[in-house]
Ligand binder design. Structure first.
Ligand SMILES: Cc1cc2nc3c(=O)[nH]c(=O)nc-3n(C[C@H](O)[C@H](O)[C@H](O)COP(=O)(O)OP(=O)(O)OC[C@H]3O[C@@H](n4cnc5c(N)ncnc54)[C@H](O)[C@@H]3O)c2cc1C
Length: 434
């Protein structure tokens, strides 16, 4: 049974509850945890809870599940990692799916997953703010709907699942307003089709920036890539295995530095010296860098060959923009029709979660490092903030569901306790705060 129906059922059968809640039709008491975000992480927690017999409620700002994948990614996207490393708990990918499923296949997998575990998020509900009411010991989660209607959900446990990629990072570049051509973040880039024949500057050399360059080449656009930072480019596969899978395997037996050395030697043999192409490597090895800073190495899907052939030009950082012209840090100027910002995303947790202990105000990630960032105080949890993709989210989700199961069994309170709490809640919300 879904959560809202359960609440409605309780309301219908309890005149006291009905009386309390009818004062404000927009205050909803949720008996199970509230999960904010219906991406893979939120779905994973809901599914794990469902499998243990606990209901939950997902609140999602957009109109669909996995909105990042459905609405904000380019057409040619495939999973960067092999499918066995991107599975959610309790359900594998279909065996007929390729090693690197397409974006559409991944979305299909997530939709099947949601159906299988009867997950029905409440869509078009943007959470802001959510805070813990110490007086009553419950979370108050306010949402704003499409027509600006406000609802308050009251729950004992809250799971933050809004992801590491909640908001696009758009850098301020001098002269942006003057440029005149199309400037867009990769979250609005679908394919190179509309850029055919055009000169496009791609800013940022992570996986997305590199792949957008390849896509632009395939549509006969003329891309240039701004590389401001050092970057590790690795082949997606080495020695007949996925680089990610091979690394995981080697890490079981060898220290990280040794695995890094191995990865760099094989990469050099397969790709050559990337520094000669303008892609200097960081001093730390790819795994150590990922571990310490969360910076993901680029898994090459063909862009490097395009850089070698001159189809993609590597440029230094941008100094400023003028009308259809880019001035680079080395003083050179060049005309472009469009600029694609592959400048990444950031967490938006500080914008909606009003608490200071668990999440850092600075970057919106849990303060405690992996693997301990999933649990906070007062029934607060975080899923999908490990910088370890879907694999990390799945680990979090299983831990959270186990913990919630234990807590809910321990703290299973009779229904009239909830009623008393709601009564308290109502009286505290109608009087000025102390
Ligand atoms: C181009 C690209 C390719 C990737 N490829 C891989 C890959 O191959 N393998 C891998 O493991 N990882 C990959 N990742 C990382 C990927 O983002 C995550 O693995 C996955 O999408 C994270 O899921 P999530 O649920 O944590 O976050 P998201 O998918 O971002 O979902 C969060 C949800 O929360 C919602 N939300 C945000 N704020 C609010 C709010 N205030 N109120 C209500 N709802 C809100 C959002 O609308 C969104 O639907 C890739 C990322 C990108 C950008």
């Amino acid at each position: 049974m879904d959560c809202s129906r359960e609440i409605e059922g309780k309301q219908a059968h309890d005149p006291l509850f009905d009386k309390i809640m009818s004062k404000s039709s927009r205050c909803v008491f949720v008996p199970g945890p509230v999960i904010v975000g219906a991406g893979p992480s939120g779905l994973a927690v809901a599914a794990c809870l469902r499998s243990k017999g606990f209901p939950s409620m997902i609140l999602e700002r957009s109109s669909c599940i996995a909105s990042l994948w459905q609405l904000k990614t380019y057409d040619r996207l495939r999973l960067h990692l092999p499918k066995q490393f991107c599975e959610l708990p309790l359900m594998g990918f279909p065996s007929e799916f390729p090693t690197y499923p397409t974006k559409q296949q991944f979305i299909h997998y997530l939709e099947t997953y949601a159906r299988k575990f009867e997950i029905r998020p409440r869509f078009n509900e943007t959470v802001s703010p959510a805070d813990y009411d110490k007086v009553i010991g419950f979370w108050r989660v306010k949402t704003v709907g499409k027509k600006l209607e406000e609802t308050e959900y009251v729950c004992r446990c809250l799971v933050a699942a809004t992801g590491e990629n909640a908001e696009a990072v758009v850098p301020k570049i001098d002269g942006m307003g003057e440029f005149g051509g199309d400037i867009r973040h990769t979250s609005h880039y679908k394919s190179g089709k509309e850029f055919s024949g055009k000169k496009v500057l791609v800013v940022g050399c992570g996986n997305s920036g590199m792949e957008v360059c390849l896509d632009l080449c395939n549509y006969r656009a003329k891309p240039s890539l701004v590389v401001r930072d050092t970057v590790h480019v690795l082949p997606r596969e080495m020695l007949g295995k996925s680089t990610f899978g091979l690394s995981m395997c080697l890490l079981k037996w060898l220290p990280m530095r040794l695995v890094d050395r191995f990865l760099l030697i094989v990469s050099r043999l397969m790709l050559g010296d990337t520094a000669r192409l303008g892609l200097e490597r960081p001093e730390l090895g790819p795994l150590e860098l990922k571990d310490l800073s969360g910076k993901t190495p680029v898994l090459d899907v063909g862009t490097l060959a395009k850089i070698k052939s001159g189809d993609v030009k590597v440029c230094p950082g941008i100094k400023k923009l003028k009308r259809h012209t880019v001035e680079f840090l080395d003083g050179k100027m060049e005309n472009f029709d469009a600029i694609i910002l592959a400048t990444g995303y950031k967490s938006n947790v500080p914008s909606w979660l009003k608490e200071e202990d668990m999440f850092s105000e600075k970057d919106g990630f849990p303060k405690r490092p992996f693997p301990n960032g999933w649990k906070g105080e007062c029934g607060l949890y975080a899923v999908g903030f490990t910088k370890r993709g879907i694999l990390g989210a799945s680990m979090d989700a299983k831990r959270i569901a186990e913990d919630l199961e234990r807590c809910m069994k321990e703290k299973a309170a009779p229904y009239d306790h909830h009623q008393r709490s709601v009564l308290l809640l109502k009286s505290s919300s109608s009087s000025p705060s102390p």
